[in-house]
Each structure stands twice: as structure tokens, then as C-alpha cells.
Design a protein around this ligand. Structure first.
Ligand code: SAH
Length: 225
């Protein structure tokens, strides 16, 4: 295996990722295929990278940290909001039974679906839609991961679509003051809430994106080659 992949995984371990299944998944999913060609040499650095439409693929440590916090096993059914490049969805797919993922930018969704096929990950179902409404037809979900930042609290639809005993991981707060928050649903009204760490995510936005939205991002022209 490439030295840079081994180095990344070692760094994740040093930084506190102790779940060996998560580390193995990070080792097996090639991050460069989710990034534009001109960034392939930076794909195993622990940094976020642009993916087009003004969006980013998260930093590997944050992906690993959120995945670990979800406490997945091969029976869990997971909803992801913000498919983006599809990288986080692929990591999840290695660790749980089924992943449902929603993206509001159609071109990003299409790029991600192409990769799911290429990697033969058959347990991912993806749609273009407004993830703030969740996916009522497939609810409830054992786990929900939101990879875009909510302004002040999680959308109510997502809390409603979480199973009792289920866990949601979501960045919350204004730009510059976001924290990654964990909600554990204890009953229909009661949640245990814990702040995990400061983070920086692109905003969670309502509705499906119009084709003109962020269409001037130069990354799009070069995306995936
Ligand atoms: N998980 C992604 C990270 C993508 S960045 C990855 O591994 O690459 C966050 C993504 O959330 C962006 O693509 C953005 O378009 C999307 N997003 C923001 N608000 C959304 C919403 N309401 N519904 C669905 N996707 C949303």
C-alpha cells in the first residue's frame, strides 16, 4: 500500500481514532478519486479539498471522527445529509448495513453515484433533495450524520426520523463558532446532547440547488477529469 495512505492512517490513530474498523475503512477507500485531478497529490493530506459547486470534501480526521462517533455495526441503517463527493458515504458503507444519502446539488450527486458504482458499493442509495426534510419514506434511521452546518439546531424532521436509541452527529452554530454535536434519542422528546469538538463545515441550506447556484466554481470544470 502507498506510504502516504499508511502515514495518514497512522496520524489518525495518533490523533485519537481508536476504532480499528474505522481505520481499516479509511485505509481501503482511495480518497483521491473523490477529488479533482489537480489535487490528487494532496488527497492523503489531512485537509479539506474543493469538490466543485463551492463545496468541500471534509478533512480525513473529521470524517474518521464523525464515523467513530456514530458507533456503527453491520445492522445499522444510516442517513447522511450532504453527499458531496461521496467519500463519507463510502466510508459508512463499509461499516454499516445500508446508507441513504441526500445531496442538494445534482452534479455533485451524479459524480458521487458514479464512484459508488465504480467501487461496487451496492448498499448506498442516493437522491437529490433537501436533506433538511430527511427521507420520511425510509425512516426511521438508527444513525443520522449531517455533513453541513446547521445555524442553531438540527432540523426537526431529522430528529423525528431518528430511532429511539439512535445517534445523530451534526455540526451546529454560526460560521466561526461551529461545534460538532452528538444527539442520542432517549425517547420521543428526550435527547442526551454532547458537544464533541469545534469544526468548520459549509452551511446546511434549504431546497434543491438551482443549476446556476455556485456554477462559477472553477473546480467544476476539472472535476474528476
Ligand atoms: N460528505 C461530503 C461532504 C460534503 S460538504 C463528502 O464526503 O464529500 C457538504 C455538502 O452538503 C455539500 O455538498 C452541500 O451541497 C450539501 N448540502 C448542504 N445543505 C444540504 C441539504 N439541505 N440537503 C442536502 N445536501 C445539502
Amino acid at each position: 500500500m502507498a506510504a502516504k495512505v499508511i502515514r495518514l492512517v497512522m496520524n489518525l490513530r495518533t490523533a485519537g481514532i481508536t476504532d480499528t474498523a474505522v481505520l481499516a475503512a479509511m485505509e481501503r477507500i482511495p480518497r483521491e478519486i473523490f477529488t479533482p485531478k489537480q489535487m490528487h497529490d494532496q488527497a492523503y493530506e489531512d485537509i479539506a479539498l474543493p469538490i466543485g459547486r463551492g463545496q468541500t470534501i471534509s478533512q480525513p480526521f473529521v470524517v474518521a471522527f464523525m464515523t467513530q462517533a456514530l458507533e456503527l455495526d453491520d445492522r445499522t441503517k444510516v442517513l447522511e445529509i450532504g453527499t458531496g463527493s461521496g467519500y463519507q458515504a463510502c466510508i459508512l458503507a463499509k461499516l454499516c448495513r445500508r446508507v441513504y444519502t441526500i445531496e442538494r446539488h445534482k452534479p455533485l450527486l451524479q459524480g458521487a453515484e458514479h464512484i459508488f458504482n465504480e467501487l461496487k458499493l451496492r448498499n448506498i442509495t442516493a437522491i437529490c433533495g433537501d436533506g433538511m426534510k430527511g427521507w420520511p419514506q425510509q425512516a426511521p434511521f438508527d444513525r443520522i450524520i449531517v455533513t453541513a452546518g446547521a445555524m442553531d439546531k438540527p432540523p426537526q424532521a431529522l430528529l423525528d426520523q431518528l430511532s429511539i436509541g439512535g445517534i445523530m452527529i451534526i455540526p451546529v452554530g454560526k460560521t466561526g463558532q461551529q461545534v460538532l454535536r452528538r444527539y442520542k434519542k432517549e425517547s420521543d422528546e428526550a435527547y442526551a446532547v454532547k458537544d464533541l469538538m469545534p469544526v468548520r463545515f459549509v452551511p446546511l441550506l434549504p431546497d434543491i440547488a438551482r443549476s446556476s447556484e455556485q456554477a462559477d466554481d472553477p473546480t467544476d470544470a476539472e472535476r474528476m477529469g
